[in-house]
Design a protein around this ligand. Structure first.
Ligand code: SF4
Ligand code: F3S
Ligand code: FES
Length: 249
């Protein structure tokens, strides 16, 4: 091990974790401190697992894939939304504060129910391919231009982790605001030639203050998206298109 690596692994990390169990009437929100020796290549997932195994068996947090794919490990890391499984402790100061993502229903400690929020948003936006040919697999599997498939795939990289929602000030003011994740969905279905909805149909779903016109361009979403989606571009594009179509009516 080189000197730098030795120095890094010798760090003592202090984890200040906001703990609260809403299911327990006796529970009160409180920050609990845990100290760990930093290991080489340690992620927050590994650190939290070690804390749970050695110091706090009741600590709640969510992980499924540990590879930045499932979107379940979003949390506030030193105040910034991010994925715990993709965050290396060596990129953080020795004092690390962890809290659950705001906005979403708290299950306990660092675990939140993003699924309920995402489902409600997807239902409002009817986020599925609308096609008469939906039963006809051959029609659904018709070859698509590779460039177009690539564009759709790019928007489909969203893992619904909720970081963009947690990082958006507008969501705190508008309960039904669809956020960048919702606008990304609309941009995605707009591109899909299998979806028979017109641009107007799609714009109607997001053409109000809970959609594109509620967005204050705060761009926290763009800054924190762990998949580096071009949210700023998508939002600006939708807004331009919708303004133009409103003017042309
Ligand atoms: Fe997460 Fe980015 Fe999708 Fe938002 S747009 S849910 S930050 S992957
Ligand atoms: Fe929110 Fe992103 Fe708009 S942070 S206000 S959705 S630009
Ligand atoms: Fe799946 Fe982190 S555990 S994204």
């Amino acid at each position: 091990m080189d000197t730098t690596a030795e120095q890094r692994s010798a760090r003592r990390l202090s984890f200040n974790i906001l703990r609260y169990n809403p299911q327990d009437p006796a529970s009160r929100p409180a920050v609990q401190r845990f100290v760990l020796e930093e290991a080489d290549g340690m992620t927050l997932y590994l650190a939290l697992t070690e804390i749970r195994e050695t110091q706090a068996p009741s600590l709640q947090f969510d992980f499924v894939c540990r590879a930045g794919i499932c979107g379940s490990c979003g949390m506030l890391i030193n105040g910034r939304p991010g994925l715990a499984c993709r965050t290396l402790t060596r990129d953080l100061p020795a004092d690390i504060s962890l809290a659950p993502l705001p906005v979403f229903e708290l299950i306990g400690d660092l675990s939140v129910n993003t699924g309920r929020w995402m489902r409600a948003m997807s239902e409002r936006l009817e986020a599925w391919v609308h096609s008469q040919a939906a039963e006809d697999l051959e029609a659904m599997e018709e070859v698509m231009e590779p460039e177009l498939a690539e564009q759709i795939y790019e928007l489909e990289r969203c893992i619904e982790c909720g970081c963009c929602i947690a990082g958006c000030g507008t969501v705190r003011m508008r309960e039904d605001f669809i956020g960048a994740v919702g606008m990304n969905q609309i941009a995605r279905f707009r591109l899909d030639p299998r979806d028979e909805r017109s641009d107007q149909d799609l714009y109607q779903l997001v053409g109000d203050d809970d959609g594109v016109f509620g967005c204050l361009s705060l761009l926290g979403c763009h800054d924190v998206c762990p998949k580096s989606l071009s949210l700023q571009t998508q939002i600006a594009f939708l807004r331009r298109k919708m303004l133009r179509s409103a003017l042309e009516r």
